[in-house]
Design a binder for this molecule. Structure first.
Ligand SMILES: [Zn+2]
Length: 376
């Protein structure tokens, strides 16, 4: 059975063990690779997996020297444990639309013919797979022919393309043709400068690809932070975080809260960009056809789950007024991620009120008692 008919669409890849070396998150050598279904995680735990990523961003300790973002030693375990559970974000498959490998000597496509011909392979990202195509050069070529060796042309033949990558930046949306060195250096950090342009890169999502692939922590962090900001701004229009705790208690109306249109537009664009790589598909599971939404990256799967929650009735994504963690709630006015946070805020308010000037208006007192913080 062709691989694409199976439900790889609902799978993502993770290793049993990861390590952080020279600022790169990569699988430990010899670690077992396995697939899992991020959607199953959603139905098993009730908690959306994308919120584990926002929580990770909220809790990791980082530092920056102005040029590079670094993770604190004390946070490394938390990051690597998260990767053991969910794998890497898939920053490369998410941002690469197409890649073209350097031409090599390959056998013609005929089992009875052992002739080697210059062949170039190109891979296009589709929603279900990386669709490969090959172009063959039939003109005269100089040089020794050895299977799998790179073919050097003084001038690239018409039917061949410049080796490299068509890359879409996630935050700006800009699409650019880039060299492998420019686009992939940080994802394959252990290739030498001489190897990068003509390397026979394994095709995602093969095991060979995942074993070579790494994500720089700085990119992981930037994109995860961008994702968190998007979740917050779309899930909850600008709220009253700038208000004092006493004003909070007075009950600022959430529906009158101001929305920052620029932030909203930017968040919407990023989410749409993540969803662009997804289109409906179907495959076999336990001998039954199932409709699926194949995702080329974990990030895209998280975006789809988020949109599912965002557009569900009676499900809201909020930022906790006490600890700022994002959480889902069925209460439109939900303000606290846990009871513990609600009690902490009540204590804070009591302390703030004890230090604030006495409120004399009877009506104000009445409103205050009605809008108490026990509403969740
Ligand atoms: Zn909280």
């Amino acid at each position: 059975m062709p691989e694409t008919i199976e439900l790889l669409a609902r799978k993502w890849w993770r290793f049993k063990s990861y390590e952080l070396v020279d600022g790169f998150i990569r699988p430990r050598e010899g670690a077992k690779l396995e697939t899992f279904d991020p959607w199953q995680e959603m139905s098993d735990n009730g908690k959306p997996p994308y919120l584990t990523l926002t929580r990770l961003v909220e809790s990791l300790s980082i530092s920056s020297d102005g040029t590079e973002i670094k993770i604190a030693k004390s946070s490394e375990k938390e990051l690597l444990d998260w990767c053991c559970r969910f794998g890497l974000l898939g920053l490369l498959p998410q941002q690469v639309l197409m890649f073209v490998l350097a031409p090599r000597w390959e056998l013609v496509n005929n089992p009875f013919d052992m002739t080697l011909v210059p062949t170039q392979r190109c891979y296009l990202r589709t929603s279900m797979e990386w669709a490969g195509s090959r172009a063959v050069y039939e003109g005269k070529t100089a040089g020794r022919r050895r299977a799998d060796q790179v073919v050097f042309f003084e001038k690239l033949p018409d039917r061949f393309q410049q080796p490299g990558v068509l890359f879409q930046d996630l935050s700006t949306g800009e699409i650019k043709q880039k060299s492998f060195t420019e686009a992939w250096r940080t994802f394959f950090p252990y290739l030498t400068a001489q190897e990068r342009e003509a390397f026979r890169y394994p095709v995602p999502p093969s095991e060979a690809f995942w074993r070579m692939y790494a994500e720089p922590f700085s990119s992981f962090w930037k994109v995860a932070t961008l994702f968190r900001e998007t979740v917050e701004v779309l899930g909850y229009p600008k709220d009253n975080r700038t208000k004092s705790v006493v004003e909070l208690d007075e009950g600022v109306e959430l529906d009158k809260a101001k929305v920052d249109p620029l932030e909203l537009m930017q968040g919407h664009r990023i989410l749409c960009r993540l969803l662009e790589s997804i289109s409906p598909g179907f495959g076999l599971e336990n001998d039954r056809w199932q409709q699926v939404w194949p995702c080329n990256s974990l990030l895209a799967a998280f975006a789809l789950m988020y949109v599912h929650d965002l557009t569900s009735q009676n499900k809201y994504i909020r930022s906790c007024k006490m600890c700022s963690h994002l959480f889902t709630t069925s209460a439109w006015r939900g303000r606290f991620c846990t009871d513990a946070c609600r009690w902490k805020m009540q204590k804070k308010i009591q302390r703030a009120r004890a230090n604030a000037p006495k409120v004399t208006s009877g009506r104000k007192k009445h409103m205050s008692s009605r809008r108490n913080l026990s509403r969740q």
